[in-house]
Write a protein that binds this ligand. Structure first.
Ligand SMILES: CC(C)(COP(=O)(O)OP(=O)(O)OC[C@H]1O[C@@H](n2cnc3c(N)ncnc32)[C@H](O)[C@@H]1OP(=O)(O)O)[C@@H](O)C(=O)NCCC(=O)NCCS
Length: 177
């Protein structure tokens, strides 16, 4: 197994097609064009077994507001997936550990939103966000009910001292978080 680190602009067309197929299979049809767009613009880890792509995770830069602090740049993890035929072998964990080393070099904290995989991320050092989440739009900041699945990885704990305050992201096409 190889865990290859690549910037988005290094990912060729053939790999992009293979990634789309991986996401379609892993998310069982619940992965939209917007979700795919959200995965690009940062750093990726590609898990390869020979010439076969079996896992992926990426982190992209986003501006986030913790409580009433100033807006701050963090990493935002997207499109974490292991081929359904290869789940339970440790591929997802190793992919995320490689990504987290890249995140630590770039950002003081990272965030992600997950529906069903909170236990997977808790084993990797992520913590559940406890406060209410908001989305900042052109007309103001609105609670978005996302906080149940929001998680944070604190590389520099002083940056995010309190997980019970509000957390705000900027709106974008598709899911804001
Ligand atoms: C979540 C996912 C990436 C895990 O990948 P994987 O390669 O099967 O994970 P691993 O084999 O490395 O498992 C690592 C650990 O997490 C646990 N784990 C895996 N999936 C889990 C889940 N959904 N919930 C809780 N724990 C989970 C494993 O049991 C293992 O535990 P251990 O440390 O006690 O052995 C994979 O199941 C997947 O692609 N799911 C569909 C897409 C998805 O939900 N992605 C995440 C959305 S944000």
């Amino acid at each position: 197994m190889d865990f290859v680190v690549a910037e988005s602009d290094q990912i060729d067309a053939e790999t992009r097609v293979a990634l789309r197929d991986l996401w379609r299979r892993a998310f069982d049809g619940r992965f939209s064009d917007d979700d795919a767009d959200h995965a690009y613009g940062g750093v990726h880890v590609l898990a390869r077994d020979g010439d076969r792509l079996v896992g992926h995770a990426s982190a992209v830069p986003r501006r986030i507001r913790f409580g009433d602090q100033a807006w701050r740049g963090v990493g935002y993890v997207e499109a974490v997936a292991t081929d359904p035929d290869r789940q339970g072998e440790g591929i997802g964990r190793a992919t995320m550990q490689t990504l987290q080393a890249e995140i630590a070099e770039r950002w003081p904290a990272a965030l992600l939103s997950t529906g069903r995989a909170t236990g997977f991320y808790e084993r990797l050092g992520w913590e559940r966000w406890r406060g209410v989440s908001y989305t900042q739009t052109a007309t103001g900041a609105f609670p978005d009910g996302e906080h149940g699945g929001l998680m944070v990885l604190r590389l520099e704990p002083s940056v995010v001292p309190d997980l019970s305050v509000t957390v705000t992201c900027e709106d974008r096409p598709g899911d804001a978080w």
